[in-house]
Design a protein around this ligand. Structure first.
Ligand code: GLN
Length: 537
């Protein structure tokens, strides 16, 4: 008899209904009742991980402490729960097939025909239960990407069916998220898409235990009864998920709808205490009643798709709340910035973040934005490529190395102030091969960065191939650029700052991945504070 309970979250009717946020909210409520809980995402695509995906495809690639390149929903899980996820928390169809095919090549199937059922479904179940088997969790919530009925998610749904059969229905709960559209012509919410979507699940042998309906209007008890009747549910298992002004409202909405209680009762778990959400509620209170405002620019090349910068956006929101400040975001396309219009584009900002990225496109716009921030004392935070561009800008415009560049963009420059790391030079294959995950960083005493963190050693997450070229470091330091964070083991510069500037910091790592509701990241908090202080008028 299993001690660990499993909850699956599936989606129906359309994609983008917010399964990730519903999963994270349910997890938050269970955690607030005193349960140890984690969330996992199953993604139906064939890529082994999203590390090779263009951000326009799936938004940001999130990185865990153990160096997995994962779906951005893992960022929501960490931000809501304030506990780290790991490689085991994101499983793709590609990674399942890779394991099964490798086993087949090693002869582990002993001459059997290898098939979707049972070999692929067994591997899926093994990955779900692997989290339960760590002993770290009482409840594992697994979100299934895609929409029920999609060809590519069939093996996942079949695995859910088998797990219910294997473990018994008190050990596995299924939450199905659907859309209840509002027809303005008749002034009605419609339940039919939900009914059809539940039928699609039933055809696959899975009866959902709870149906959560996204809706833009309140769902009356008559409508709930109708959904319950046609979907074989208790009325209290039909949950309203109204559109919310912020994702951080959703746990509170789900608490009112008693999603957590219905799940616990289905799993025959005690409700323990009432959820302890004091900190969460005070965060929400401050989010909704800001005292200050700061206009923050985010310079990047993927800004048409805001999800490409999800973690940075959320980290700024957390930092805003810590400063009782509303963040007025201005998204600036790096390839549209030039010397002629930079004043126009950045002149109204209180602070600017230059985003991570790969490749050439928009690079000169980033450098130009940084020049403007440096010359005009505009608070600046450069992340990964943003930090590398700050080094390039400094070399070009302060030290007079006109052709200074990263060798990623210009391999033949004489002044490759950013260069490929030694360990990366011989790597040919893509996917999971960058410098990934958490590394220690030693902060240099007396620097602004050390003061920001209030510590001498921090752990931060990385995702890059290039680094500041130490050949140029001495000269840069005499020109006023300080290396304020070092990975001592390999003598890599991880943080730079400018001594003569009120707030100018560039980091080779991604602080945004570590910012959560409960512990906003100090770099973002102090950056927003500097922006508030810098606010004109
Ligand atoms: N392209 C740069 C590198 O590989 C920066 C990567 C990033 O911004 N994540 O080093």
């Amino acid at each position: 008899m299993s001690a660990v309970k499993y909850v699956f979250v599936t989606g129906g009717v359309t994609s983008s209904l917010g399964k990730g946020i519903i999963s994270a909210s349910l997890a938050k409520l269970l955690q607030a009742r005193g349960y140890r809980v984690t969330i996992q995402k199953l993604d139906p695509y064939i890529n082994v991980d999203p590390g090779t995906l263009n951000p326009y495809e799936h938004g940001e690639c999130y990185v865990t402490n153990d160096g997995a390149e994962t779906d951005l929903d893992l960022g929501h899980y960490e931000r809501f729960l304030n506990t780290p996820t790991s490689r085991a928390n994101n499983v793709t169809t590609g990674s399942i097939y890779q394991t099964v095919i490798n086993k087949e090549r090693h002869g582990e199937y002993l001459g059997k025909t290898v098939q979707v059922i049972p070999h692929i479904t067994d591997e899926i179940k093994r990955r779900v239960q692997a989290l339960g088997n760590t002993g770290d969790y009482e409840v594992v919530i697994t979100e299934i990407g895609g929409t029920v009925g999609d060809i590519e998610s069939l093996p996942f749904v079949e695995s859910v069916r088998q797990m219910i059969w294997d473990m018994g229905s008190t050990n596995v709960a299924v939450v199905h998220l659907t859309l209840m559209p509002y027809l303005s012509a008749t002034g009605e919410l419609k339940t039919k898409p939900t009914q059809h979507s539940v039928k699609a699940l039933l055809e696959l042998g899975v009866q959902p235990d709870i149906v959560v309906c996204r809706s833009e209007k309140p769902i009356t008890s008559d409508l709930k009864r109708k959904v319950a009747l046609f979907c074989n549910l208790n009325v209290n298992a039909v949950i309203e998920a109204l559109d919310a002004p912020t994702i951080y409202d959703v746990p509170i909405h789900m608490l009112k709808e008693q999603l957590d209680k219905v799940v616990l009762s289905k799993l025959k778990l005690p409700s323990k205490q009432e959820p302890e959400l004091d900190h969460w509620k005070s965060f929400l209170g401050k989010l909704k009643n800001p005292v200050h405002e700061a206009r923050i620019g985010l310079v990047g090349k993927y800004i048409e798709l805001k999800d490409a910068y999800k973690s940075i956006n959320e980290a700024l929101i957390h930092a805003g709340v810590a400063n009782e400040c509303r963040i007025d975001m201005k998204w600036i396309h790096s390839s549209k910035i030039s010397a002629d219009n930079v004043e126009n584009q950045l002149g109204d900002l209180d602070g600017v973040v230059v985003a991570p990225g790969f490749g050439d496109r928009g690079i000169e716009g980033k450098v130009e934005a940084i020049r403007y921030a440096r010359e005009n004392n505009l608070p600046f935070l450069g992340i990964c490529l943003g930090m590398q561009c700050a080094v390039v800008e400094f070399a070009r415009n302060v030290m007079g190395m006109k052709d200074a560049h990263s060798t990623e963009m210009n391999p033949s420059t004489k002044h490759g102030v950013i260069d490929i790391m030694d360990e990366q030079k011989h790597i040919k294959s893509k996917g999971g091969t960058m410098r990934l995950g958490e590394y220690p960083c030693h902060l240099v005493k007396g620097t602004r960065t050390a003061a920001v963190y209030g510590k001498t050693r921090v752990m931060e997450r990385h995702r890059h191939r290039y680094e500041l070229n130490n050949k140029f470091l001495k000269k840069m330091e005499s020109a006023g650029l300080a290396a304020s964070g070092i990975y001592q083991e390999k003598n890599l510069v991880e943080i730079i700052e400018l001594k003569s500037h009120p707030w100018f910091i560039g980091v080779q790592f991604h602080p945004e991945y570590k910012s959560t509701v409960e512990s906003p990241h100090p770099l973002f908090v102090r950056f927003v504070k500097a922006a508030v202080e810098n606010r004109k008028g």
